[in-house]
Design a protein around this ligand. Structure first.
Ligand SMILES: *Cc1c(COP(=O)(O)O)cnc(C)c1O
Length: 414
């Protein structure tokens, strides 16, 4: 049987059919239009602004900050870290209210939570001195783990992860034991898009007496998460990727309620203190998840996030995941239809069970190719040494966009 090359027309027709059947298609119209943009494949790195974000920010400035002034803190903003955390938890994390806050950056929250978990473990059992992390985890996660280990005299145990896939249950089983304090892993690997088996890994770590800290930066808003059902101890993630909070929007952090009042994060600020306005001597942590807050909440940065999380809740994370897999499937099929002579390979998991919301393709000249694509309004992102990441945000990305963007990439290669 001869192989029939699928033409550009075929793929745009396939994409048009998929768009016509897509129940989430109307959501694409609910993002700010971007002039000159032909395909945006970076929703996993910086999500697009939801339409109405500018108006909501203006309304906030005029009607809340501008008129309520300092009274706004008592009337509402003081509670925004927990309230916004609950909104994120309900829409994206599978977590009951009262266990999530929005504050700080992901890096700072990773530090706070890793310290809280590690310190709690060492206090309970001084032999638990190991922090487990993987060699291809996102740089900030590795650096924070190195810093905490150095600061607390703990030992790092490295899992050698495959950059084209990710950390397996078997690899975790090999390293955890009676010396494990905390295991810090990414739910979706930032490079390959590998989706770790968070439930099985969490159970395994618990059987060894360890605690888990999941980094959800690349899964929150794209992959269903069940923090409560999986009995996760703690989790941290970005809100500016699939959660569309805007550049530098604050992180979220989850701490399971069974750990409240026991584990304590190290940055003892007045906003996480019981009765902060008593301005009293000595730090006493606030009750519940509020103790994860350290300083004044980044209120203005939560305004776009609150809008986008509402939209995610309306769409439903299950529907988002269904479309996410269909988008990466289409990208996969298109790349596979390219002639082998083009030398493009896919460095992501094929099976749905292990695939997150993005896939990575490789070719030695992709750094230069990416630069040219950006100039023509086709925006993937480049990850050294030779990867183009195709991050397909289900609410803002159409199937037609996938076909258009990949055709633009292919044309760069001939
Ligand atoms: C994007 C990302 C971060 C970013 O941390 P910041 O403090 O927001 O810069 C951290 N971890 C992972 C896995 C990421 O993908």
């Amino acid at each position: 049987m001869s192989e029939r090359a699928v033409t550009t027309e075929d793929w745009s027709a396939v994409a048009a059919d998929l768009d016509a059947q897509d129940p989430l298609a109307p959501f694409a119209e609910r993002f700010e239009p971007a002039e000159g943009l032909r395909a945006y494949f970076d929703g996993n790195s910086l999500g697009r602004p939801v339409r109405g974000t500018a108006q909501e920010l203006a309304r906030f400035v005029e009607q809340e900050w501008g008129t309520r002034l300092i009274r706004g803190w008592d009337e509402a903003w003081m509670r925004w870290p927990e309230q916004t955390g609950d909104l994120v938890a309900a829409a994206a994390l599978g977590a009951a209210a009262g266990q999530t806050v929005v504050a700080d950056s992901t890096t700072v929250m990773l530090y706070k939570m890793l310290r809280a978990l590690a310190d709690g473990q060492v206090a309970a059992d001084p032999a638990r001195t190991q922090i487990v992390v993987d060699t291809d985890n996102f740089p900030t996660d590795r650096y924070v783990a190195e810093g905490v280990a150095a600061e607390r005299g703990l030992e790092l145990v490295w899992i050698e992860s495959d950059p084209a896939s990710g950390v397996t249950v078997e690899q975790v089983a090999e390293v955890v034991g009676e010396r494990t304090a905390v295991v810090l892993l990414s739910h979706v690997a930032y490079r390959s898009g590998y989706l770790a088996d968070a439930r099985a890994i969490t159970r395994l770590v618990h059987e060894s007496g360890g605690l888990v800290l999941w980094d959800l930066c690349h899964s929150a808003g794209s992959v269903p998460i069940e923090l409560d059902a999986w009995e996760v101890d703690s989790a941290v993630g970005c809100t500016y990727k699939y959660l569309n909070g805007g550049p530098g929007s604050p992180a979220f952090a989850y701490l399971a309620s069974r750990h409240h009042g026991i584990l304590q994060q190290p940055i003892q600020g007045w906003m996480g203190r019981r009765d902060p306005f008593l301005m009293g001597p000595g730090y006493q942590p606030a009750a519940g998840v509020r103790s994860l807050v350290s300083g004044t909440p980044p209120v203005v940065s939560m305004v776009p996030l609150r809008l986008s999380v509402e939209q995610l809740a309306e769409a439903g994370i299950g529907a988002v995941r269904t479309k996410s897999l269909a988008l990466t499937d289409l990208a996969w099929r298109i790349v596979e239809s390219w002639p082998a002579a083009l030398g493009v390979t896919i460095a992501s998991p094929r099976e749905h069970e292990r695939r997150g919301g993005h896939i990575t393709i490789r070719r030695p000249d992709f750094r230069e190719v990416n630069g040219r694509l950006w100039q023509e309004g086709v925006i993937p992102d480049f990850r050294a040494p030779d990867g183009l990441r195709l991050g397909l945000a289900p609410l803002s990305t159409s199937f037609a966009e996938v076909a258009t963007g990949l055709e633009a990439i292919r044309q760069q290669l001939t």
